[in-house]
Design a protein around this ligand. Structure first.
Ligand SMILES: [Zn+2]
Length: 114
């Protein structure tokens, strides 16, 4: 399961981060996930919750924000939002498209209690 290993690496990085700062508990972890990663937020949340049981992250709220895939046409240089994985320029129908964003999987913030 893809999401479980992602949840595990998120927990690893959060754990590393809070250890540096002598933190007792974490209120909230905010994530941003691009649509292109094909990560299912509910599965990720489920994986996270099963992994943090009986750890200091057990009561941490996981907030997941998804971001759209943004493309830029190589032919007409115009930007657009990719809907339904349709990677064709809506302005000139070119298939030469650069992906600008949508592939991110990042921790936006960690809310802590000292
Ligand atoms: Zn175009």
């Amino acid at each position: 399961m893809h999401e479980l290993s992602i949840a595990s690496s998120i927990i690893d990085s959060v754990t590393k981060e809070v250890k540096k700062h002598d933190v007792r508990s974490v209120y909230e972890i905010k994530l941003r996930i691009g649509e292109l990663t094909a990560v299912v937020p509910d599965s990720l949340r489920f994986g996270f919750e099963s992994l943090v049981k009986d750890t200091f992250l057990e009561h941490t709220q996981l907030t997941i924000e998804t971001s759209k895939i943004e493309g830029e046409c190589i032919d007409c240089k115009r930007g657009f939002t990719v809907e339904n994985f349709n990677f064709i320029c809506p302005h000139c129908s070119s298939k030469q498209v650069d992906i600008i964003s949508g592939n991110e999987l990042e921790i936006l913030s960690i809310e802590i209690e000292k």
